[in-house]
Design a protein around this ligand. Structure first.
Ligand SMILES: [Cu+2]
Length: 149
């Protein structure tokens, strides 16, 4: 009797875990991502940034909370700020995209930062970047590497 209860419990836990795993990969239907690109950097640099526009097509605010990419071990959300006359980058825990509005990442302001690239990048290379939101939905975008003009 005890053994049976234990078995049922394991099945329930496994099911819960499976649901959670599925939820973590839920597709973000409420966002449209455009103009995404990765900034070309000199070969010896192992850090770069990407810029993009996120359109929120839903009637409620959404929050970007993380980004991942095979390009780098660490991918962070950053904002460049001027502090005491010095430019510095501040990591953001989340970025709000208001309802029916868009949010632009651009040089000198918000960007997605890639830290610790394994290899150099080249112009024209396509890099997948996955953006995940507070509601656990994610969107993967293929971004070309481009040089800033
Ligand atoms: Cu940065």
């Amino acid at each position: 009797m005890l053994k049976k209860t234990f078995t049922i419990l394991i099945v329930v836990i496994t099911t819960l875990f499976a649901v959670q795993t599925y939820a973590a990969k839920k597709l973000a239907h409420n966002v449209k991502i455009s103009d995404g690109y990765i900034r070309m950097v000199p070969n010896h640099l192992r850090v770069t940034a990407s810029y993009l526009t996120i359109n929120n097509t839903s009637s409620h605010a959404i929050y970007l909370v993380s980004a991942t990419s095979p390009l780098a071990k660490s991918v962070q959300l950053h904002k460049t700020e001027k502090v005491n006359g010095m430019m510095r980058m501040v990591q953001q825990q989340q970025i709000e995209i208001p309802a029916h509005d868009k949010f632009q990442f651009k040089p000198g302001a918000y960007h997605v930062m890639f830290i610790g690239m394994d290899k150099p990048i080249y112009v024209g290379e396509i890099v997948p970047v996955t953006l995940c939101f507070k509601d656990t939905s994610c969107a993967t975008v293929n971004m070309p590497v481009k040089s800033d003009k």
